[in-house]
Each structure stands twice: as structure tokens, then as C-alpha cells.
Design a protein around this ligand. Structure first.
Ligand code: SF4
Length: 228
């Protein structure tokens, strides 16, 4: 008799046993989350947290403080965030400019906007596309939207949720729609899912070489079943 496929909730519990609860929590305010995204590039969470903490300590997170910071200090901090530090300095300044000019230094006001307007407003910031805007709405506990980043999206697709499209952007909505009814419409439940799926995509369900032999979900995984 065929084994019943576990529910997504059961899969997430399995992932929590495997990867544990996340140790690194991003900030929970709009400006903090935007800076968190932009303060580092292609670095692990611990290094991103260190770069963010250094920015907070040496310059401060307020847009006016970032705008007034000495270029060499910003550059030094941006270098903690990985490659292309000059580009990151520009981005930090751009964030400060947009926050001051378009939002009068009150970014949390964005959260009171209707959902579509809030997404549009957040996308004015560098590094924030649709998934990034949704992550901000989720992590600020504004809207229980099922935000996904690339690792989690890949893991869900391979597990058989949604349909693979030509690229990340085209796959995003179908996967979101497939999973929407399967995870409680609650911000904390969906933040937990975001972390666990991301951890799984980073640790085992890697882009080029998924380690399916080590994966406790392999019996229920569409990718493995397809491969025969
Ligand atoms: S079995 Fe392989 S492809 Fe499927 S979720 Fe696990 S690591 Fe990813």
C-alpha cells in the first residue's frame, strides 16, 4: 500500500527537528528590515548581523545619521557586508534619501497603507522587490502574507508545490497560491515557515546539488520521485 504523503505542516515539523529554530532574527521594523537586506550581500546570517550591528553602533539607523556619516566610515562598514562595498554605500544613502524625501522619516506609516499601496511604497527602496516587500509586511506582523525567498521557494517547488516556471519571479505566485491554504494564516506561523524552508534550501535542498540522501522529506519529494 502506498504511504500517505505527509502534510506541509508535518513536513515543517520535520524540518524544525532537523534544522532547529532560527538563531538569527531580522529586525521587526520597516527601516531595520530594509537596511538588513542592504547591509550585506551573499553573506551568512552571522556576518550580516555583525554588519548590521556595526552600522547601528557606529552611525545609527536613522536616515539623517546615515546621510551625515563620513564617506570613509560608511565605506568601512559597507566592506563588512561583502563584495562591492561602494555600491552598498550608494544603496545606504539611497535608502536614507528615499526615507527622508518620500516618507518624511516615518517609514512605519507605510504599514497603515492598503496592501497594494504598501507593496508599491516599499519597492521604492533598493533591493526590495515583491518578495522583499512581502517579507517586510510579514515580519512586521502587518499582513500574514506567505512571503518566500529563493531557498524556500526552491525547496517547495522540488517538494511538489506549485509548478516550475522559467525563473524565480514566474514561479513565485504559483507556489504561493499552492501553499496558501496549507499554512495557518498567522504571521508567526508563516515567519516560522519562512525560516525553516530557507534553512532547508541552504543546508540540504541546495540549488545545484541537493543532498536528497540526507533529507528526511525524500520519500515525499516530487523531485526524488521524478528522478526514479
Ligand atoms: S529530497 Fe532532495 S529535492 Fe527533495 S526537499 Fe529534500 S533535498 Fe530537496
Amino acid at each position: 500500500m502506498a504511504t500517505k504523503r505527509p502534510t506541509l505542516a508535518r513536513m515543517l515539523d520535520t524540518l524544525e527537528k532537523l534544522h532547529g529554530r532560527t538563531q538569527v532574527e531580522p529586525p521587526r521594523d520597516v527601516l531595520g528590515l530594509i537596511l538588513w537586506e542592504n547591509v550585506a550581500y551573499l553573506l551568512d546570517d552571522d556576518k550580516r548581523r555583525a554588519a548590521f550591528a556595526a552600522l547601528k553602533k557606529r552611525v545609527g539607523l536613522a536616515p539623517a545619521r546615515i546621510r551625515a556619516a563620513k564617506p570613509e566610515v560608511l565605506h568601512e562598514l559597507a566592506a563588512m557586508g561583502g563584495i562591492h562595498p561602494a555600491q552598498r554605500v550608494d544603496r545606504l544613502r539611497e535608502i536614507a534619501d528615499v526615507a527622508l524625501a518620500d516618507f518624511d522619516d516615518d517609514l512605519d506609516a507605510v504599514l497603515a497603507l492598503p496592501p497594494a499601496k504598501a507593496r508599491r511604497a516599499l519597492r521604492k527602496f533598493p533591493g526590495i522587490g515583491e518578495p522583499g516587500a512581502e517579507k517586510i509586511l510579514l515580519f512586521t506582523h502587518t499582513e500574514p502574507v506567505l512571503a518566500l525567498e529563493s531557498n524556500g521557494l526552491r525547496a517547495l517547488l522540488r517538494l511538489g508545490f506549485g509548478a516550475e516556471s522559467a525563473n524565480y519571479a514566474a514561479s513565485y505566485k504559483p507556489v504561493q497560491l499552492a501553499v496558501e491554504p496549507l499554512i495557518e494564516r498567522d504571521c508567526d506561523a508563516r515567519i516560522r515557515a519562512w525560516h525553516l524552508l530557507r534553512a532547508h534550501g541552504q543546508a540540504l535542498c541546495k540549488n545545484k546539488t541537493p543532498d536528497c540522501d540526507a533529507c528526511p522529506l525524500s520519500d515525499a519529494c516530487a523531485f526524488v520521485l521524478r528522478a526514479g
